[in-house]
Design a protein around this ligand. Structure first.
Ligand code: ISE
Length: 333
C-alpha cells in the first residue's frame, strides 16, 4: 500500500515537493495539502489532484488518512508541527532548518529519543545529490588520502524578500554546514565569518565568507553570495593529500558562439538539485516502507542549527566563535 503523504505549506518548496511526490516517487501518494493561504493551497491541490485541503496544518497532521508528513512551511513553524507529528506517531520530513534555535532542536531530539524510533528526517537534500555522493565515495575510497580543505561556493541569483544578513548563514550556508559534517564525518569546532565589501545590488551584508575549523583538522571555506546575478551556482572542491575531487557543475548544454562557450545556470535551487530532491523523497518513502529512516536525522538538524548559530555570532561579533554542542545521544550512533 502506498504511503499517504500530506504536505504542510504550499509555497515554493511545498509545491515542489507536491509535484515530485505526485509524479516521481514510487510507493507514495499525495493525499493532502495545508496552507493558511486559500489560493495557494487550492492551486497546489488542483495542480496535483489532491482532494483534502486544510488551512490549519494541525488538522492535516491529525487526519487519519495521512500516514506521513512533509513540513515545508515557514521556519518558525517547523518545531510545533514536528512535535505534533511526533505526538501523532507520524514520520515527518522537515525542510531545513529543523528549528530556529539549538534549544528548540534539542526539544525535538529528546522527544524522538523518548519515543525510541526515528520519525524525523531533515531536508538536507544535498546528501542525495549524485555529485556530492560521488565526492564522498571518492574520499571514502582512501585513494585521495586525508581531506585537508573543502572549498565551497554557494551563489543565488538574487536575494528574496525575507533575506537578512544572518540568513546567508542560517538559511543558505547551512547546506554547506550539513554537507561538510556528512562528507568529512567530523564536527566543526570553530566558526569564522568574514564580510567583504557588500554588493551594491544587495540589501544585506552580501557576500560573506564562512570558515569552519573541523575538530580533526580540515578547514571548510564557503563563499556565500545571494545576489550573484548571473544565476544559481553551487560548487565544491575537496582538497586531499594525494589529489582533489570537485563537483562538476550540472549543465544540460554548452553554447559556443562568436568566440565564446558557456553553460546555462538556473534561477534557483530546484533545477540544480532536482535529482537530489527526488532521490531524497524516494529514500524517505523507501525507508518508511521497512519501518526505518533515511537521510539527515533530528540530531543532524540540531548540529546544523548549532553551528549556524555560532557562525551568526561570529558574523555579528567579527571574532572567531567556538561551537558548543551537546553530547550526541547513542540513539543516533
Ligand atoms: C534556500 O532556502 C535553500 O534551501 C536553497 O537550497 C539554498 O541554495 C538557498 O540559498 C536558500 O535560500
Amino acid at each position: 500500500m502506498a504511503v499517504r503523504v500530506g504536505v504542510i505549506g504550499a509555497g515554493i518548496m511545498g509545491a515542489d515537493h507536491a509535484r515530485i511526490l505526485s509524479g516521481s516517487v514510487a510507493g507514495a501518494e499525495l493525499v493532502a495539502v495545508s496552507d493558511p493561504d486559500e489560493a495557494r493551497r487550492k492551486a497546489v491541490a488542483s495542480a496535483f489532484g489532491v482532494e483534502r485541503t486544510y488551512s490549519d496544518a494541525l488538522d492535516l497532521i491529525g487526519d487519519s488518512g495521512v500516514d506521513a508528513v512533509i513540513i515545508a512551511s515557514p521556519d518558525p513553524t517547523h518545531k510545533p508541527y514536528a512535535l505534533a507529528c511526533l505526538d501523532a506517531g507520524k514520520p515527518v520530513l522537515c525542510e531545513k532548518p529543523l528549528a530556529t534555535s539549538p534549544a528548540d532542536c534539542l526539544d525535538l531530539v529528546r522527544r524522538e529519543v523518548g519515543i525510541g524510533r526515528r520519525l524525523i528526517q531533515v531536508g538536507f537534500m544535498r546528501r542525495f545529490d549524485p555529485g556530492y555522493v560521488a565526492m564522498k565515495t571518492a574520499l571514502d575510497s582512501g585513494d585521495l588520502g586525508a581531506a585537508l580543505i573543502f572549498h565551497c561556493v554557494h551563489r543565488n541569483k538574487q536575494e528574496i524578500g525575507y533575506t537578512t544578513s544572518e540568513g546567508l548563514i542560517a538559511n543558505s550556508a547551512v547546506h554547506e554546514i550539513d554537507i561538510a559534517r556528512w562528507l568529512l564525518e567530523d564536527e566543526p569546532s570553530r566558526a569564522i565569518v568574514v564580510a567583504p565589501k557588500s554588493s551594491k545590488l544587495a540589501s544585506v551584508r552580501d557576500p560573506q565568507i564562512l570558515i569552519l575549523e573541523m575538530a580533526s583538522g580540515p578547514v571548510v571555506e564557503v563563499e556565500v553570495f545571494i545576489n550573484a546575478q548571473y544565476g544559481y551556482d553551487v560548487r565544491g572542491e575537496l582538497v586531499c593529500e594525494r589529489g582533489t575531487v570537485a563537483l562538476e557543475p550540472r549543465s544540460d548544454m554548452i553554447v559556443r558562439r562568436e568566440g565564446f562557450e558557456g553553460v546555462r545556470h538556473g534561477t534557483d535551487w530546484r533545477g540544480r538539485f532536482a535529482d537530489a530532491y527526488r532521490l531524497e523523497l524516494q529514500a524517505w518513502i523507501d525507508a518508511l516502507g521497512v519501518g526505518g529512516a533515511a537521510g539527515a536525522s533530528a540530531w543532524d538538524g540540531y548540529a546544523a542549527t548549532a553551528v549556524a548559530t555560532a557562525a551568526v555570532e561570529a558574523l555579528t561579533s567579527g571574532a572567531p566563535t567556538d561551537i558548543r554542542m551537546e553530547p550526541k545521544p547513542a540513539f543516533y550512533s
